[in-house]
Design a protein around this ligand. Sequence first.
Ligand SMILES: *Cc1c(COP(=O)(O)O)cnc(C)c1O
Length: 336
Amino acid sequence: MLRSEFTIDLGAVRQNARRFRSLLGEAELWAVAKADGYGHGAADVGRAATEAGATAVCVGTVAEGLSLRRVLPEQRIIVLGPTDQAREAREARLELVVGDGPIPTGVPVHVKVDTGMGRYGFRKVRALPENVVGLMTHLATADSDPAFADRQLARFREATAGSSLTLHAANSAAALRIPSSRFDAARVGIGLYGLSPFGGDPGDDGLEPVLSWRSGLAQVKQLQPGESTGYGRTFVAERPTWIGIVPVGYADGFRRDLTGTEILVDGERRNVVGTVSMDSFAVELPGALPAGTAVTLIGDGLLAEEHARHDGTITYELVTGLNANPDRAVRRVLDA
Ligand SMILES: *Cc1c(COP(=O)(O)O)cnc(C)c1O
């Protein structure tokens, strides 16, 4: 029985990488694969993006960088998060981002300038040691407030005037819609996975979703009027109602607040009803479908963005919460 199956389409990763490369012109594409490649698998995504012309892969921690180094022996790997593991980074030829305190030696460093994110980063760029290779900033509102992003970019230009180091500021949203943010490289995460940084349809920006999530009906039954499904009896049938039980729950990343969202059952949109459990949830059916009927939770035209909007969250949170542990899920990689 198909329980929880993730399919990662590396052809789509390469196609999205090529889309960004054509937008970026002379600026380099750096693939962001922190949090295990936004839940898609950092090793696979980092390799596919590299094949499609990404010239660096960015991760969140030194440990993520060390794992990636095993599969990408030659690629530049940049650790975006703060760390005290400079020695491990040096030995594995990782590059570090530093936004506070002393700058470690013997390892390539990107100095982060806080131009308005109000998070990591120096307020000012001072004299820099020779192992600093890049100057960067991070935009707080590239997806939502381009005017504020422009103010940040102006501060960044001012702070870096006259520098011959590699300058980088853009995330996916900025790379797509703010040409002046592109500088020498763009750090592209969400768009590489074919997810819209704007929460809309990724197709509007020429992006193709990489991840599909499928399951199947484990059991089908008819509720009589007054009967309910799931914890708390939050769905009570008003008329005879066919429901299917999908063997996926919040422990798999199908969040508890997804009650009411749509999924595909045998290719048709159906509503999730009742409370989502740890290992299962219910979907309303038009009639008595056979157990084993195909269910798509993400993919086949059903966008992760729809679930994120339903939840009041963003796809970043949804996909990094997916559980591909082999004890619970099957992970397939398409590498055509
Ligand atoms: C995660 C991250 C990115 C990528 O952002 P997307 O919106 O996913 O493209 C870029 N830069 C930094 C510093 C990040 O932490």
